[in-house]
Design a protein around this ligand. Structure first.
Ligand SMILES: Cc1cc2nc3c(=O)[nH]c(=O)nc-3n(C[C@H](O)[C@H](O)[C@H](O)COP(=O)(O)OP(=O)(O)OC[C@H]3O[C@@H](n4cnc5c(N)ncnc54)[C@H](O)[C@@H]3O)c2cc1C
Length: 444
């Protein structure tokens, strides 16, 4: 079956057969998830995506969709074992710049264009793209939309969905759904294409996206601020928010994560002692004076700001480098964050098997990335306990990374049964045979 699937696809679309290269597609960014694909294809146009879908449908094979493979929940790689053939469709070659309307501030690009490429392109023309995250050089526009990615500027500009004007998506029967040509204001019934945002590739293959741009904030001031607790970090944030200066980012890194960053990335310590929390707060304006602790470090100088941001941006990969790390991405109401943080600390300390734990994340969104090592990578007892705690705080078990394969068993902790039932009905309308991303978001 695998051989005949490859043979049927080869005349229609570029296929990858070198086992080492195939392995790089079937293993995720963190190395925690590895699956099996019978064939990897790299379509260069929507027509080639349609042809791939039609061949897979006829052959009874399933499709695993992949963008930049930077996802952190195992949703970008196929399952380890399956009783069907799997075709991995990489969107990385869908790289066309379809249209750049510099008057409206809209850019339409192929799904495989990376976030970094969009940023470079639009910044050269006096625009900016509101979404930003550390994996910018690999994460694709299709992946950002499929995961409704968040990142470091959500507190100022919202999640990816706020920047999406139009989507082109290949459906499970090979038809192409598109509202790329629709205007920004278009209240003509259900926003059908928007269903692709955050659907994690379970409803179709996004082939192109029209993005709404913003005007860049030319001058900013970034502060690194030591805080002795989550409570005092939130007090600092409130002060900055009420200062009248536009908040562009408010991030935090705890002491354990900062120690790892200093050790592994070989960065210089910021202060004599690592504080309980290091805050990164960026506001609009040049050399903005804020009421902050005396030992806060600040700069409006671009090179210094880039250097400061590194302390936060390497956090995820620094934990990943430890190997066999458990990664959670949770959110609670900001007003509950200090209490949640204390409960989390007590909970993780109570597990003897947890050798090291820490957190960093998006303070102003109530979003913490919790990392720990110790338990075997397939032992989820601690993960479950943490997610149950999140549910007790009425939080979300996945603030921005999605559900993927990693969190699907826990979805019902924070999503009502009715939501899940309607979600499954939507899946069966778009994808009645379960062609796309089987096992992602919902169990097969
Ligand atoms: C260092 C680092 C930092 C990160 N920081 C953040 C952060 O701050 N905020 C955040 O939200 N995420 C963050 N992420 C996670 C990740 O970068 C995002 O989820 C990103 O949106 C994934 O894009 P991708 O192209 O790599 O998608 P992939 O990882 O390839 O895929 C992710 C999911 O989207 C689906 N998908 C991908 N492309 C398409 C398509 N064209 N059509 C349909 N479905 C598709 C896949 O099937 C999969 O389910 C980070 C990751 C890393 C490694």
């Amino acid at each position: 079956m695998a051989g005949s699937l490859s043979q049927a696809l080869a005349p229609l679309v570029a296929t990858v057969s070198d086992p080492e290269v195939v392995f790089s597609y079937t293993t995720d960014w963190t190395g925690r998830f590895t699956g099996h694909a019978d064939v990897v294809v790299r379509p260069e146009s929507t027509e080639q995506v349609v042809a791939t879908v039609q061949v897979c449908l006829a052959a009874g094979a399933k499709i695993q969709i992949q963008g930049g493979n930077t996802g952190l929940v195992g949703g970008s790689v196929p399952p380890t074992k399956s009783d069907y053939a799997v075709c991995l469709v990489s969107t990385k070659s869908l790289t066309s710049i379809i249209d750049f309307d510099e008057i409206s501030g809209h850019i339409t690009v192929g799904a495989g264009v990376t976030l970094g490429q969009v940023q470079d392109l639009v910044r050269a023309k006096g625009w900016d793209f509101a979404v930003d995250l550390a994996a910018r050089e690999s994460a694709t526009v299709g992946g950002l939309v499929a995961t409704n990615a968040g990142g470091i500027r959500v507190c100022a500009f919202g999640m990816t969905k706020r920047s999406v004007v139009g989507i082109e998506m290949v459906l499970a029967d090979g038809r192409v759904m598109s509202n790329l040509k629709s205007p920004l204001k278009d209240n003509t019934g259900y926003a059908v294409e928007d269903i692709a945002i955050g659907a994690e590739g379970t409803l179709g293959i996004i082939t192109a996206v029209k993005l709404k741009l913003i005007r860049p904030v030319a001058e900013t001031t970034l502060y690194l601020i030591p805080a002795k607790s989550m409570k005092s970090a939130l007090e600092t944030l409130t002060k900055v928010q009420s200062s009248g200066h536009q908040l562009l980012a408010a991030e935090c890194v705890d002491a354990v994560s900062m120690q790892l960053i200093l050790d592994h990335a070989n960065f210089r310590p910021l202060w004599n002692e690592i504080p309980k929390l290091t805050l990164l707060i960026e506001v609009a304006g040049q050399n903005v004076d804020l009421e902050l602790p005396a030992d806060a470090l600040g700069s409006s100088e671009p090179a210094a700001k880039r250097n400061y941001w590194q302390y936060r941006e390497v956090a995820s990969d620094t934990w990943t480098a430890l190997g066999k790390v458990h990664k959670l991405d949770v959110s609670v109401a900001i007003s509950d964050l200090a209490e949640f943080d204390l409960s989390l600390h007590n909970l993780l300390s109570s597990f003897k098997g947890v050798e090291l734990f820490g957190a960093f994340g998006h303070l102003a969104d109530g979003n913490l990335h919790i990392e720990f090592v110790g338990p075997a990578i397939d032992d989820f007892a601690v993960d479950y306990a943490v997610l149950k705690l999140v549910a007790e705080f009425n939080g979300s078990i996945s603030a921005e990374h999605g559900i993927g394969r990693a969190k699907r068993e826990y979805l019902s902790l924070t999503r009502p049964a009715l939501d899940i039932e309607i979600g499954r009905q939507i899946k069966s309308v778009f994808d009645p045979t379960g062609l796309f991303n089987p096992g992602v978001l919902y169990a097969d």
